[in-house]
Design a protein around this ligand. Structure first.
Ligand SMILES: [Cu+2]
Length: 103
């Protein structure tokens, strides 16, 4: 009886561990900076904010009119840089991701 309990405890612990790792992976976020040449004024920014901020997986969005960039933070399990770029395309804006290492 005691042995069964120990085995069960081990199983529960292994499962908890797996869950913890899983949720950690799910919450993994990535920030990508896009250069959006079509960003001309505050209306453009509003347009981006109204659309891209509600794209699946997007958790944060910062637009900068001076540098014509949009910084998008997204959940890696929900979306990709490519998907975000095509979301920009859908609202008529070309968005080119910038490798943060080049900055
Ligand atoms: Cu504009």
């Amino acid at each position: 009886m005691k042995r069964i309990l120990v085995v069960m405890m081990c199983m529960v612990m292994a499962m908890t561990n797996a869950f913890a790792q899983d949720s950690k992976k799910k919450n993994e976020k990535e920030t990508v900076t896009f250069v959006v040449e079509a960003m001309h004024c505050n209306n453009c920014i509003k347009k981006i904010e109204k659309n891209i901020a509600f794209e699946k997986g997007v958790t944060d969005l910062k637009c900068d009119l001076d540098t014509k960039t949009a910084e998008v933070t997204y959940r890696k399990d929900k979306t990709t840089t490519d998907k975000l770029a095509s979301a920009f395309k859908k609202i008529g804006m070309e968005a080119v991701p910038v490798d943060s290492g080049d900055k």
